[in-house]
Design a protein around this ligand. Structure first.
Ligand code: TEU
Length: 558
């Protein structure tokens, strides 16, 4: 396997709206990011992925692009971006942009032209279909964010496809002009010096040509895997994109791996394939989602998580590469979902990053997780910004599937705003994020959970992140290496070894809120060095080790 900078690098995702406001309008911006690059440097971050910064009407906060070559005015100007890129490079950090190639905003010039008549040059840039004889949509597909995936356009009497909101029409990648236009966009940014792209829902680019109705009762995952993602030409497109664009630069691509499993991952990320450099998958992120984001939530289960990590090892064995993430701007907060955001907030946040940073693959950290930022409680739907959550709420008022109170509770548990509340810099008003009214409510716990306080505290979550990320930089074995697991069937502790020919690290991670006695046969305990511990002590017993609630330990043989 080839080793290179982006495999070992730590990626830090910035959601620019919520990171740091420098202009005083309550919205984060590029200069805000530039002013905090010292922070990233001190955190041992290598690569910064910035969620979309392109011009957008913000129906889906930038994932609805109306001009791919212009900066969103709220975020600043092109010179602000150039300064940010320059300074990051001076600091030896890379900048990765979030490309949205599957759909544009309905306010993009291409779509405005496309919808204007049946026979203009842009008609074929999008996916238009005639209504069924009774006037209904071409098929029964529902969009990811609720409601039909087709919207009727009066002017030309046809429906257009949008797998997300009606403001995000899907591009027609069958059309070579669309592909060429997107490749031009990519070259524009790469020529400026950006270091790669995170590619939004890139697995959806090729549509299944028959547009069959989805059978009644088909599950959420199956709909995505079989109807929306992995279309018949996806690998042709990605290969073309790689050969025509990406391979001409020292840049990398990380696909959002919607519909990618360990069974088909090799096709996307195998070194021999020349498509994407890595994907991140949803097996853990959506592990507790049984039937649609807000429908039925299963309990967190360590055995499933273990088996997911175990199964994904195959991809490495076959020469592929993936990224690991437990949180991003589309999910509730990591520590609230997978840890314990109350009495074991600190310990569980530290334990979770220990697990994530030592799995094979590129580590993705989402802004604020390094502080253990938690979910927020929103009292009323008026406080909810996220279009996915709002659509769910208002659709539910009609279907009455859940009471409005239960619907709001679901949004509080799983909704995307949880991850989008502004970054908590200090305990001054508005958490040091802005001088004015923030665009989204700030989590009231900012007076206890904030950067300034955690920088001072050597035992804070932030200090622990710095420590482990420094170790990750020093010890290649954190990112690569063979993986051996112990106690596979234990539902409370995760024990594994990463090893190369001469070296190894051995990990004990407790997912339990009580002390737990772990039997383990150390053959040479006295020769091991303790690299990292999220508590002060290690309680070695005659039969193994006693772990405190959510304790994590890393030993090494050298
Ligand atoms: O997300 C795609 C998306 O909706 C997933 O997060 C979803 O939960 C998963 O695919 C289901 O398996 C991307 C962006 O990250 C998101 O912010 C955008 O809203 C969306 O695409 C549309 O661009």
């Amino acid at each position: 396997m080839k080793l290179n900078w982006f495999k070992k690098g730590v990626i830090y995702q910035i959601y620019p709206r919520s990171f740091k406001d420098s202009s005083g309008d309550g919205i984060g911006d590029l200069n805000g990011i530039t002013s905090k690059l010292d922070y990233h440097k001190s955190l041992y971050v290598d690569i910064i992925w910035i969620s979309p910064i392109f011009k957008s009407p913000n129906k889906d906060n930038g994932y609805d692009v109306s001009d791919y070559s212009e900066i969103m005015p709220e975020f600043g100007t092109m010179s602000d971006f150039d300064r940010l890129l320059d300074k990051a490079h001076q600091y030896d950090m890379k900048i990765v942009l979030d490309l949205v190639p599957n759909h544009t905003s309905d306010q993009h010039q291409w779509f405005e032209n496309s919808r204007a008549s049946l026979d203009n040059d842009y008609r074929d840039y999008y996916i238009w279909k005639k209504p069924k004889p009774d006037g209904s949509p071409p098929n029964n597909w529902k969009s990811f964010f609720g409601g039909p995936a087709w919207t009727y356009d009066e002017l030309t009497g046809e429906y257009y496809l949008h797998l997300f909101t009606k403001y995000q029409p899907d591009l027609n990648w069958e059309n070579p002009k669309v592909r060429a236009a997107m490749y031009d966009v990519m070259r524009f940014w790469l020529d400026k010096g950006v270091d790669g792209f995170r590619m939004d829902v890139v697995t959806l680019l090729s549509k299944h040509p028959y547009y069959n109705d989805i059978e009644e009762g088909t599950g959420f995952k199956e709909i995505i895997d079989c109807y929306f993602a992995n279309g018949p030409k996806i690998h042709d497109y990605l290969h073309e994109m790689n050969t025509q664009v990406m391979s001409n630069y020292d840049a990398f691509s990380m696909g959002e791996g919607v519909g990618v499993s360990q069974h088909n991952a090799h096709l996307y990320v195998g070194e021999d394939r020349k498509e994407l450099d890595m994907v991140y998958h949803f097996d853990i992120l959506e592990n507790n989602i049984v039937n649609g984001k807000y429908e039925e939530i299963a309990n967190f289960n360590l055995l499933t998580i273990k088996s997911i990590f175990r199964n994904w090892q195959q991809v490495f064995d076959n020469g592929g590469w993936i990224a690991n993430a437990l949180g991003n701007h589309d999910f509730a907060r990591l520590v609230s979902r997978f840890g314990n955001d109350k009495e074991y907030h600190k310990a569980s946040a530290k334990m979770l990053i220990t697990m994530l940073a030592t799995q094979n693959g590129t580590l993705n950290i989402y802004q604020g997780d390094e502080l253990g930022m938690t979910n927020i409680y929103l009292k009323h739907i008026d406080e909810v910004n996220d279009i996915q959550s709002r659509n769910f709420y208002f659709e539910n008022l009609e279907t009455k599937k859940f009471s409005p109170e239960v619907a709001l509770q679901m949004i509080n548990n799983e909704g995307r705003d949880n991850a989008r509340t502004p970054m908590q810099w200090d305990d001054s008003s508005n958490a040091g994020f802005t001088d004015s009214e923030p665009w989204l409510k700030i989590n009231p716990n900012y007076s206890e959970i904030n950067v300034e306080q955690q920088i001072k505290d050597t035992d804070s979550i932030l200090s622990y992140y710095k420590h482990i990320l420094k170790l990750k930089r020093e010890y290649e074995i954190f990112s690569y290496g063979k993986f051996e697991e112990f106690k596979k069937n234990d539902k409370n502790v995760y024990v594994y070894k990463k090893y190369t020919e001469n070296n190894y690290i051995l990990l004990f991670l407790s997912f339990h809120k009580h002390e737990i006695d772990v039997e383990f046969d150390f053959d040479n305990y006295d020769c091991l060095t303790l690299l990292l511990n999220n508590y002060q002590d290690v309680l070695k017993t005659s039969t193994g080790i006693l772990l405190k609630p959510y304790q994590s330990l890393i030993f090494t043989n050298n």
